[in-house]
Design a protein around this ligand. Structure first.
Ligand SMILES: [Zn+2]
Length: 267
């Protein structure tokens, strides 16, 4: 077992997470992170108020301040019917993989959700942090049945997560959860992804666009179909100045693009 050094709930109120009805990922994840910190004595990393790129970089900076295992708590979303619990580890990291397998199982056992198990994916906080980082997707926030289970068992879930680490203080802690009802009723804000496509692999315009993103601190992922690459730049608010500037750049360079309202979980 490893010692949990830091824990945080993904996203913040600018770089918002997934939403449905009254459920807000960043609020639920933050409350759970606080509780896991209490149950382990791990450092709780408070969410900042930066945009998505600043936010991810901030978490990594905070995690790297001390050596030790980190945990990033999230909720998933897809199409309202996908369900279950999963956890991510760095590809090739045996310690992280074991931890992640264990966590997904323990959390799904306590919730009664489907155990989707350990996965590897290019996730910023896992890839860029120095030490073992686990990213837990507690359950699907857009799935009513998953969320009914979670809302009934928040305290048990916190214990299940904490018990994956050697500094878990155990069941006999007398501290009571401090966050009683972290569900806030506010209208949700849509966020947009700008997708530029399709570039042949190795195309000059592709390299230039990636440089543009890096220079302007725009977070992006790439999707591949055969030899073609699409660049997915995220997340922007409706009237984001950096989105306007990006679109100007795309049009000036005759690059095809579209915009997508995005609720799908993508950290
Ligand atoms: Zn998330």
């Amino acid at each position: 077992m490893v010692k949990l050094e830091s824990v945080h709930g993904g996203h913040n109120n600018v770089a918002v997470g997934v939403r449905k009805g009254n459920y807000k990922e960043e609020v639920l994840a933050d409350a759970l992170a606080k509780r896991v910190a209490e149950l382990t004595g791990a450092r709780y990393i408070k969410q900042d108020s930066g945009d998505v790129n600043q936010n991810l970089a901030y978490f990594v900076r905070e995690m790297d301040k001390k050596r030790g295992a980190n945990l990033s708590i999230h909720f998933n979303a897809f199409n309202n019917s996908a369900n279950g619990t999963e956890s991510y580890s760095y590809d090739g990291d045996d310690v992280g993989e074991k931890l992640s397998i264990n966590m997904s199982k323990k959390v799904s056992d306590v919730l009664g959700t489907f155990n989707r198990g350990n996965k590897n994916a290019p996730l910023y906080v896992i890839d860029r942090s120095i030490d073992v980082t686990t990213l837990l997707e507690v359950c699907f926030l857009d799935n009513d049945s998953d969320m009914e289970k979670f809302m009934a068992k928040r305290e048990e879930v916190a214990h299940a997560i904490a018990s994956c680490y050697e500094n878990y203080k155990g069941n006999n802690t007398t501290e009571k959860p401090k966050e009683k009802s972290p569900v806030v009723n506010e209208p949700y804000k849509p966020r947009q992804e700008v997708r530029a496509f399709w570039f042949p692999k190795g195309h000059k315009k592709l390299a230039e666009l990636k440089k543009y993103c890096n220079d302007n601190k725009i977070y992006f992922t790439e999707s591949f179909v055969a030899n073609q690459v699409r660049v997915n730049m995220k997340w922007f608010s409706q009237n984001s100045p950096s989105k306007m500037k990006l679109i100007e750049y795309l049009e000036k360079n005759n690059i095809n693009y579209d915009m997508k309202l995005e609720f799908y979980e993508n950290v």
